[in-house]
Write a protein that binds this ligand. Structure first.
Ligand code: AHR
Length: 849
């Protein structure tokens, strides 16, 4: 499981009953939603809604990639270079993490099978065995082959069950490609497709070369029966030895009839999202556990039989069958722009965090430039000509390059600069995306660039952050929210998750001048391999289910307005409720020696004399000298309490310093009279790499995390700290930079609303998310329109309960329903159903439309 950038935990539950009594079915009838279509807001970029594809959850192999045979190349037991297996684990070579400085050995899941995907079934009197060899390989890049030795035949069958069963359909054709050799095999080899009940669905005799040369043949099998759990069987009736280098089976029908192509149902599901772009290849796999098993695009080109594949971060070896060329072709086929994510010579930060030595950085820069050239270069260039040789002389629609995935810190900044300069020099028109965080926007070189923050959280996180982007600085780069999803406390991904995402998306769309691109993650999950807890589309060998989140994404993309128009509501979008509590402040540490100096508390524009405040050592060895507060022990947790600041409108300023140990400073505010509850900023947590804020409860630092961001705090360095506490929120600044804020939870917004104009259709597009168990029935007033058509459209995604989910059994339980609506006017009332996301499309006109 990956660590995530921002997690919001719920500290109390909002029961529907209490919400109803609080707001009542009637109260929301007094709500007014006012839209002024003359008041233009930000334009919504056509690049806004895209998809993020990563090989995770068998999204590609055993998923979108139409190959039916598992371990077709027999390479699945190959280890990444310098890795070894031990006691059921795959162990990477130990490397130093560039952020923590620690050298760790990473261990991955490893299933020690003889020949993954394949087994031999024989009659009782047979003498036969299979083994993996690298004897006289056909391709040095994929050297392993399967040796089948039959000394005595009796119904010898080599069986491949595919990826949890193969979907075979009557009247369809299947292309079998085999690469085999033999010297002494005496009999026939018949390829069969058998149902799970052993019913023969197709059969074809294969040609055999007996001169020990590799024979590469393609045979067509026509199925006369259907089964979703069929198998491919090679039947041997002779004796002798046969080597198999490659056994591949593809449905003849693939998406857009591409060879080495994609499964139609899954490709259509993605294409139906009308993605503006496809981000590829990841994700964590870009960096790799260590650099040895990073995703290597160059190895994904050319004859699929010669592609080596790689054992990737998510615990299985992929074939590289669905490679760079195939992905670029897919982008072209669905009218999407391509985004390539390159490796910056750094392994994934949540894994080994390996950094390649400085003299290898150029290798990675060249690798990235080559990838761009492969997509865009003329056929007179090295990689452009390779693309042409692979079948596509014209350039592909590559428009974005992301420099690394989920990196931060000085090493990343340095490398990002080098990559940025090299890419811009050669490809000035490409949009370059960095991994920088929200507060680092201005670090990025030009304002055409984008940063890519990621958010996986609970529903509360997304609802509380409906307005997140409203107050973000417009200086520096724009934003691409490259990964986000509501994944905690939402079952397998229920309506509550989908509504929380819809609310957050309203906020992103409303801030279209800043947020230019978004992609939900992860996109696909085979129902038999769940590497991430919530994923957008589920599938097995022949069924596909779009979760409610899928339909939210689809509806946003289908109903993207050209620009926003002003919408105000008496109750949507804003969290309601409690403010920051009045109370004391405190200082503390976790296993760190600390110093604080120049302590100042300023309230109502006046300095409060620090010495006049009541002060108490609760834990640790504290020494309060004039203007200096020192903590002299490496106790687990120390705590120094400063009482008597009985307000919630002040600024605390000081300089702070820690020595030696890895954890950081604690700063508390809103401490209760017994100092047992309050708000705690942990500055330099996670071994000096992050700043977090949490609720301090029952005298324990183990309270719910409200917000965390990466920020490196070093020992032996003075930092300027400023904590601004207001009745609405507290905000922490370090060295003049805003780091993060704490907003008391209060009650989450109940509704999220956004509205815009679709210039093409001259429609007002109003989007309303209602997370409540009762209808939301506001009066809707439209200003600035000359005419409003009475009849328009409503498109609604509803559920009976927020816990409801789509499933394989009921894939359309939560499904958009489009209806004609008669009753639009300059002032009308609309009933937004409980637990719903609704879009109203209203024909409007005025002089500007
Ligand atoms: O989407 C799943 C993973 O989450 C991605 O691989 C990674 O970028 C993030 O941590």
């Amino acid at each position: 499981m990956k660590i995530i950038y921002i997690i919001v935990c719920v500290i109390y539950m909002l029961y529907p009953i209490s919400i109803m009594s609080q707001n009542g079915g009637d109260l929301n009838k007094t709500d007014v939603v006012s839209i002024d279509i003359q008041k233009k807001g930000a334009a919504v970029a056509s690049s806004m809604y895209g998809v993020f594809f990563e090989e995770i959850n068998h999204a590609g192999d055993g998923g979108l990639y139409a190959e039916l045979v598992r371990n077709r190349s027999f390479e699945d037991m190959e280890l990444p270079p310098k890795y070894m297996t031990k006691e059921g684990k795959l162990i990477a070579k130990p490397v130093k993490h560039h952020l923590t400085g620690k050298t760790d050995t990473m261990a991955l899941e490893w299933d020690d099978k003889a020949v993954p995907g394949w087994h031999l079934a024989t009659g009782v009197s047979a003498l036969a065995k299979i083994s993996l060899t690298q004897e006289a390989p056909k391709f040095s890049s994929a050297p392993t082959n399967l040796k089948v030795e039959i000394q005595k035949g009796d119904s010898v069958r080599l069986i491949n069950e595919g990826y949890w069963g193969m979907s075979i359909k009557a009247e369809e054709l299947y292309m079998l490609r085999t690469i085999m050799r033999s010297t002494n095999y005496t009999g026939k080899i018949v390829a069969k497709l058998l149902s799970c009940q052993n019913k023969e669905l197709a059969a074809k005799e294969l040609e055999i070369s007996r001169d020990n040369t590799w024979k590469d043949q393609t045979s067509l099998l026509c199925a006369h029966g259907t089964d979703k759990a069929a198998r491919l069987v090679l039947e041997f009736n002779g004796v002798g030895t046969v080597w198999l280098d490659y056994v591949s089976l593809f449905p003849q029908k693939t998406f857009k009839q591409r060879s080495n192509g994609f499964r139609i149902d899954l490709a259509e599901m993605i294409s139906d999202l009308k993605p503006a772009f496809v981000r590829w290849p990841g994700g964590a796999i870009v960096g790799g556990v260590t650099l040895e098993n990073r995703f290597d695009w160059k190895k994904t080109l050319g004859d699929p039989a010669a592609r080596p594949g790689e054992y990737l971060t998510w615990g299985y070896r992929c074939t590289y069958g669905m490679g760079y060329y195939e992905m670029l072709q897919f982008c072209e086929d669905i009218g999407a722009k391509a985004m390539f994510v390159c490796n910056v010579g750094l392994a994934d930060i949540f894994q080994s965090g390996e950094a390649c030595p400085d003299d290898s950085i150029d290798f990675f820069i060249d690798d990235c430039l080559n990838a761009i050239e492969y997509a865009l270069g003329g056929i007179d260039t090295e990689w452009g000509s390779r693309r042409a040789a692979d079948g596509h002389p014209a350039p592909f629609p590559l428009a974005y390059v992301e420099v690394g995935n989920e990196h931060w810190g000085k090493e990343y900044d340095r490398r990002y600069d080098m990559f940025y300069k090299a890419i811009k020099k050669k490809y000035p028109n490409l949009t370059i995306i960095s991994n920088h965080a929200l507060w680092e926007k201005e670090k990025v070189h030009d304002d055409t660039g984008l940063i890519d923050p990621h958010w996986y959280g609970e529903p509360e996180f997304f609802w509380y952050n409906v307005n997140l982007f409203d107050s973000i600085s417009r200086n520096g780069s724009k934003i691409y929210v490259g990964e986000y999803a509501c994944i905690f406390k939402v079952g397998n991904g229920n309506m509550e998750a989908a509504l929380a995402e819809a609310a957050f998306m309203c906020g992103m769309e409303r801030n279209g001048d800043l947020v230019k691109m978004t992609s939900y993650a992860p996109l696909l999950q085979n129902r038999h391999d769940k590497d991430w807890q919530v994923n957008m589309i589920w599938f097995d060998s022949d069924e596909v289910v779009g979760r409610s989140s899928y339909y939210v994404q689809k509806l946003f993309a289908e109903n993207r307005p050209t620009y926003n128009v002003n919408v105000k509501s008496s109750s949507a979008n804003e969290p309601q409720g409690l403010g920051v509590q009045k109370g004391g402040i405190g200082f503390g540490s976790q296993k760190s020696y600390l110093k604080f100096k120049d302590l100042k508390v300023i309230a109502n524009g006046k300095n409060i004399d620090f010495a006049s405040l009541h002060q108490k050592v609760v834990k640790g060895e504290w020494d309060a000298k004039k203007d200096m507060l020192v903590q002299n022990s490496n106790i687990g947790e120390s705590f120094y309490w400063v009482d008597g600041i009985n307000c919630n409108d002040y600024t605390l300023e000081c300089k702070m310093y820690k020595s030696g140990l890895k954890e950081g400073f604690f700063i508390y505010h809103s401490l209760s009279d017994d100092a047992k509850t309050g708000v705690l900023y942990n500055i330099g947590c996670w071994t000096g790499q992050a700043v977090a804020v949490k609720e301090y409860m029952d005298g324990s630092n183990a309270g719910a995390l409200a917000h965390a961001v990466e920020y490196s705090i070093e020992p032996q360095k003075w930092y300027n700290l400023k904590l601004v506490v207001t009745p609405q929120k507290s905000t922490l600044y370090i060295d003049g930079k805003q780091i993060l804020s704490y907003v008391p939870k209060g009650v989450m917004p109940n509704y999220a609303i956004t509205s815009g104009i679709d210039e093409k259709t001259k429609e007002l597009v109003l989007k309303v998310v209602n997370r409540m168990p009762v209808p939301y029935s506001p009066e809707i007033r439209i200003e600035g329109a000359r005419n409003i058509a009475k009849v328009g459209k409503s498109i609604s995604l509803c559920a009976k309960s927020e816990k409801e989910e789509n499933s394989f059994k009921h894939p359309h339980k939560i499904y958009p329903i489009e209806k004609e609506f008669e009753g639009f006017s300059k002032c009308f009332r609309y009933n937004f159903a409980p637990y719903s996301y609704t879009i109203l499309r209203i024909k409007v006109d005025n002089d500007t439309l």
